[in-house]
Design a binder for this molecule. Structure first.
Ligand code: SF4
Ligand code: SF4
Length: 111
């Protein structure tokens, strides 16, 4: 999952930006002119902290991510590491027929 912010509902309080920065993900940018936050999908872990602190109900929603999340831990993850999707997302992608996916021993491969 990733966070999706509705700019029409946002009151520019900055809480989402502060909480994501403080927890170490830095997945939200804050426009210095419009004061609108924006989620960087590649960096968002789907932790839901921004969703939890936003004072406007449904301004932030958690939605399925389009691509596989690749953790950035600052260390090499090893040659045998592969991104994985929960079963429900794997089944949805297979139903959509978007990419050829295979899953062996819980490891997902995008072909
Ligand atoms: S879900 Fe977590 S990582 Fe993603 S934008 Fe919100 S606080 Fe940042
Ligand atoms: S916490 Fe909600 S209202 Fe506040 S800046 Fe973020 S998205 Fe906008």
């Amino acid at each position: 999952m990733v966070a999706l912010i509705d700019p029409e509902m946002c009151i520019n309080c900055g809480k989402c930006y502060m909480t994501c920065n403080d927890t170490g993900y830095q997945a939200i940018t804050f426009d210095p002119e419009t004061h609108l936050p924006k989620v960087l999908d590649d960096s968002c872990t789907g932790c839901t902290l921004c969703y939890s602190v936003c004072p406007i109900i449904e301004c932030i929603r958690m939605v399925p991510r389009k691509d596989l999340y690749q953790p950035k831990r600052g260390i090499e993850l090893g040659s045998d590491w592969h991104p994985r999707l929960p079963d429900v997302q794997l089944r949805r992608k297979q139903a959509e027929g978007t990419n050829a996916l295979s899953c062996q021993d819980g490891h997902l491969t995008v072909e």
